[in-house]
Design a protein around this ligand. Structure first.
Ligand code: IPM
Ligand code: MG
Length: 376
């Protein structure tokens, strides 16, 4: 009997469903070639569904997803919905519920891709390992108008439960605060993942990103834990970069980096920069990984409402995320075939979307990658 996998699919908002359609097409083509089966389970969650039903993501859906082998995700964000509602109610809920503590984002400049940094050639090839459950993303914060306020909040993760009791006295007119959380176990596990990745891939330098010169509590602690973890990996070179300096170095010397490990928010920021280095958001994939649970794969771009329904978006980021999904479920050969097909289509240069200076449609890029898979 053929090996079969259940894949939950969230097309989401904007261009999400268009790029996911191409991803499914490509993954199906490679599954036929490699003789395994993919069973897609489509979910409607997103802005439209929320506006119609008031539902973001139900407990029932989360329970169903526990029985899937992986989640394939398009993009989230709808201009009709206040920013944060869909992002937190759907995407971040999935990341946190499944404790996908690693956000793995490869930055690789492929041959034939125009990039403002193309003169650095194909040496641009590093992996960002972004912590994905803590930092300022814990969404603990509030507003105070008046002189006194108190609030109790709970942070629930697979690793721990933390309660905060906040008493605020203030004579400011109005204030807002946002609390970031870094725990030893939370950053240690993602750092270990980064070091193991460095070993496995032979990319033997791990750069840790922080802002320990100003945010001394949180990121000073991050740095301390990094030093502790590094002791177990004497074969791997290590260094620290302040996040601001790193933005500069990423433009000046991107080929320097091999594996980068970053707290959640800095990881978010530097991976958009990374995306531009590798040719744009249309080419940047990401994986939300729980090494012992259900992982989720998505392009790092948003829903790009302006381009929605036009069929002009580049599906390669999503297809590349699909290749990462295949690797994760154990279909490494299929994953490599998809990556080679992406590379072949980009190198050939005849079929490319507007962002890469071409005129091809989203579906034509998907078709070209399918043909390249069949031609292998
Ligand atoms: C990303 C996105 C998300 C994030 C948003 C949509 C919540 O920017 O995946 O990089 O900040 O993590
Ligand atoms: Mg982002």
């Amino acid at each position: 009997m053929k090996q079969g996998y259940k894949i939950a699919v969230f097309g989401g908002d904007g261009i999400g469903p268009e790029v996911i359609r191409e991803g499914k097409k490509v993954l199906e083509a490679v599954s036929e070639r490699e003789n395994f089966e993919l069973q897609w389970i489509d979910y409607p969650n997103g802005g439209e569904h929320y506006l119609r039903t008031g539902e973001l993501l139900s407990e029932g859906t989360l329970k169903e997803l526990e029985r899937c082998d992986a989640i394939y995700f398009g993009s989230i964000g709808d201009p009709r919905v206040e920013p944060g509602i869909l992002e937190r109610g759907i995407l971040l809920t999935l990341r946190f519920y499944f404790d996908q503590y690693v956000n793995l984002r490869p930055v690789k400049l492929l041959e034939g891709v125009p990039s403002p940094l193309a003169h650095h050639g194909h040496d641009i090839d590093f992996m960002v390992v972004r912590e994905n459950t803590e930092d300022f993303y814990v969404s603990i914060g509030g507003r105070v108008k008046g002189n006194k306020s108190s609030k109790e909040v709970e942070l629930i993760r697979n690793l721990y439960n933390i309660k905060f009791k906040l008493d605020i006295e203030s004579d400011a007119d109005e204030l807002a605060y946002q609390i970031g959380v870094i725990t030893r176990e939370g950053c240690e596990r993602v750092m270990r993942f980064a070091f193991e990745l460095a070993r496995k891939t032979g990319k033997k330098r791990v750069t840790s990103v922080d802002k320990a010169n100003v945010l001394t509590e949180g990121y000073g602690f991050w740095r301390e834990v990094f030093n502790d973890v590094a002791k177990d990996y004497p074969d791997i070179e290590t260094e620290f970069n302040y996040v601001d300096a790193m933005c500069m170095w990423l433009v000046k010397n991107p080929e320097w980096y091999k594996v980068v490990v970053a707290p959640n928010m800095f990881g978010d920021i530097i991976t958009d920069l990374g995306a531009m280095i590798q040719g744009g958001l249309g080419l940047a994939p990401g994986a939300n990984i729980n090494p012992d649970g259900v992982s989720m794969f998505e392009p790092i771009h948003g829903s790009a409402p302006k381009y929605s329904g036009k069929g002009v978006s580049n599906p390669i980021a999503t297809i590349w995320a699909g290749a990462m999904l295949l690797e994760n479920i154990g279909e490494s050969r299929a994953s490599e075939i998809v990556l080679h097909a992406i590379e072949a289509v980009l190198r050939d240069g005849k079929v490319r979307t507007y962002d890469l200076g071409g005129k091809s449609k989203t579906s034509e890029v998907g078709d070209a990658i399918v043909s390249a898979i069949k031609a292998v």
